[in-house]
Design a protein around this ligand. Structure first.
Ligand code: S3P
Length: 436
C-alpha cells in the first residue's frame, strides 16, 4: 500500500540504527563454516536479505536458532559450525531472494564442493551480473553453470577442486573479494587478490578474529587455506540505514536527531566524510569498539549544505548511500557531480536511472551520466508520486525526500524497505512524517 510523507515542522528524536546487513550475513556464513562450536550473534539485521542467508544455511544442514531481540535491539541467533567441509547437499534450489551479498558470498562457499547446489533469487537478482564471481571461481577450478554462460542466476555449482589463485579484481567489490577469500579457505595453495581500491573490509576483520591466515599489503590480500574458529559477534548498527536519518537531519530546516549505535568502520564511513564536506552539522559521540568494529552515536542538526564532487576512491566507501546523497544534493547550494559510480547501474535497480527519474519528477533538472549523475541544487524539492523500482534504498531515499520537501511525497511501493530496514516507515511515523 502506498505511503505519503510530508515535512513535519520540526524533526527531533532518537533512532537506533538496526544491525548491519553486511556484518550479519558474514557472521552467519563464517560461523556456519567454523569447526570449533556454537556462536552467538546479537543485534542481527532484521532485513529480509539476511533472513535469506539464514534460510540457505539451514537448507545446507546448519543448525541456527533465532530469538527476538530486546530493547530495540535486533534478534539473537546461535549458529553451530559444521566445519569447512560439513555442508550437506540441499533437497531443493537455494533462494537468495533479493540479496546480491548472499548470492556472491555463497558462490564462494558452494564452489568446488562434492555436492550439487542451485542458487537463485527474485527477478531483480536474476538480472545482476554474476560473471564477476563465476569467472575467477572457474579459474580456481570450480565447475559452475548458469544462464547467459554463467553470468546470471540461477547458478549451478557442480563440484570441481579448488586451487589458489592470483587475481586482479576488475571492480572494487567487497562481495567479489569476500567470495574469492571464502573459496580460498578450502583451496589448494595460496590466494592473492589485488584490489583496484578499498572496499568494505568486514570479511578481513572477521577472518582475522576467527584465526584465518590473511595478510594485507597495500591493496593486496594474501590468504592461506585455514580453518575458522567460532566467534560471538555483536553486530554494530548499519551505517547504510543510519545514512537516511543523517540526510534527513542535515536537510530539514529545524532538526536535531540522535542516531544511536552506528558502525563507523572507515571502509563504510564515506557518507560521513561526504556530508561533512557538504558542511553538515554532524558530530560523532561516544566513539567505541564493538566486536572489532568502530561504533559511535551520531548527532545531526539542520545545516546549510553546499554541493560537492564525489569521485575516485571514496565512491566504494559510500556506494549504497548515493541514492540518499542525491536528496542532500538537490537541496545544497551549487551542482553536485558524482562520477566513477557505474556500479550503481547493477545494484538492486539501476540506481542512476531510478534516482534521476524521481528527481526530475520532483522539479530538479538532474542528469544521468554513464557512471554517475549531475544534480543541481535547487534548494527545494517538489512533492509527487514516485516508485522505487523495487529497490529498498530508493524507497527509503524517497521517504527522506518526503521529510524535507515542499510538498508531500507518495511512495507507491514502500514495502520493499523491509529488504534491509523493516522498521523504517514506523520511524518516519515516530518523527511525525507519515501523513497517509
Ligand atoms: C556489500 C558490498 C557492496 C554493497 C552491498 C553489500 C557486502 O556491494 O553495495 O550492499 O556486504 O559485501 P559490492 O561489493 O558489489 O560493491
Amino acid at each position: 500500500m502506498p505511503v505519503t510523507i510530508a515535512r513535519p515542522r520540526t524533526l527531533r528524536g532518537e533512532i537506533i540504527a538496526p544491525g548491519d546487513k553486511s556484518v550479519s550475513h558474514r557472521a552467519i556464513m563464517f560461523n556456519a563454516l567454523s569447526h570449533t562450536g556454537t556462536a552467538r550473534i546479537t543485534n542481527f539485521s532484521p532485513g529480509a536479505d539476511c533472513t535469506s542467508t539464514v534460510g540457505i544455511m539451514r537448507a545446507l544442514g546448519v543448525e541456527i536458532t533465532r530469538e527476538s531481540g530486546q530493547n530495540g535491539m535486533g534478534d539473537s541467533l546461535t549458529v553451530k559450525g559444521v566445519g569447512l567441509n560439513g555442508l550437506r547437499e540441499p533437497a531443493d534450489i537455494l533462494d537468495a531472494g533479493n540479496s546480491g551479498t548472499t548470492t556472491r558470498l555463497m558462490s564462494g562457499i558452494l564452489a568446488g564442493r562434492d555436492i550439487v547446489t542451485i542458487l537463485t533469487g527474485d527477478d531483480s537478482l536474476k538480472t545482476r551480473p554474476m560473471g564477476r564471481v563465476v569467472e575467477p571461481l572457474r579459474k580456481m577450478g570450480a565447475k559452475i553453470t548458469g544462464r547467459a554462460g554463467g553470468n546470471l542466476a540461477p547458478l549451478v555449482f557442480h563440484g570441481g577442486s579448488l586451487k589458489g589463485t592470483k587475481y586482479e579484481m576488475p571492480v572494487a567489490s567487497a562481495q567479489l573479494k569476500s567470495c574469492l577469500l571464502l573459496a580460498g579457505l578450502r583451496a589448494n595453495g595460496i590466494t592473492t587478490l589485488t584490489q583496484p581500491a578499498e572496499s568494505r573490509d568486514h570479511t578481513e576483520r572477521m577472518f582475522s578474529a576467527m584465526g584465518v591466515k590473511l595478510a594485507k599489503s597495500g591493496l593486496d590480500l594474501t590468504l592461506e587455506p585455514s580453518e575458522l574458529e567460532t566467534v560471538d559477534i555483536e553486530v554494530p548498527g548499519d551505517i547504510s540505514s543510519a545514512a537516511f536519518w543523517m540526510v534527513a537531519g542535515v536537510c530539514h530546516p529545524d532538526a536535531e536527531l540522535l542516531i544511536r549505535n552506528v558502525g563507523t568502520n572507515p571502509t563504510r564511513a564515506g557518507i560521513i566524510t561526504a556530508l561533512q564536506q557538504m558542511g553538515a552539522n554532524l558530530t560523532l559521540i561516544d566513539e567505541r569498539e564493538v566486536a572489532g568494529e568502530p561504533v559511535a552515536d551520531i548527532l545531526v542538526k539542520s545545516s546549510q549544505l553546499k554541493a560537492i564532487e564525489l569521485s575516485g576512491d571514496i565512491v566504494p566507501l559510500l556506494i549504497d548511500e548515493i541514492p540518499v546523497i542525491a536528496v542532500a544534493a538537490a537541496l545544497a547550494e551549487g551542482t553536485t557531480v558524482i562520477r566513477d559510480a557505474a556500479e550503481l547501474r547493477v545494484k538492486e535497480s539501476d540506481r542512476i536511472r531510478a534516482s534521476i527519474s524521481w528527481l526530475k519528477g520532483a522539479g530538479i533538472d538532474a542528469e544521468a551520466t554513464d557512471d554517475g549523475m549531475i544534480v543541481p541544487g535547487t534548494g527545494s524539492i517538489r512533492g509527487g508520486q514516485f516508485q522505487s523500482y523495487d529497490d529498498h534504498r530508493l524507497a527509503m531515499s524517497l521517504g527522506i525526500a518526503g521529510l524535507v520537501s515542499d510538498g508531500p511525497i507518495t511512495i507507491l511501493d514502500p514495502e520493499v524497505a523491509g529488504i534491509s530496514y523493516p522498521g523504517f516507515w514506523e520511524s518516519i511515523e515516530g518523527l511525525g512524517g507519515l501523513v497517509g
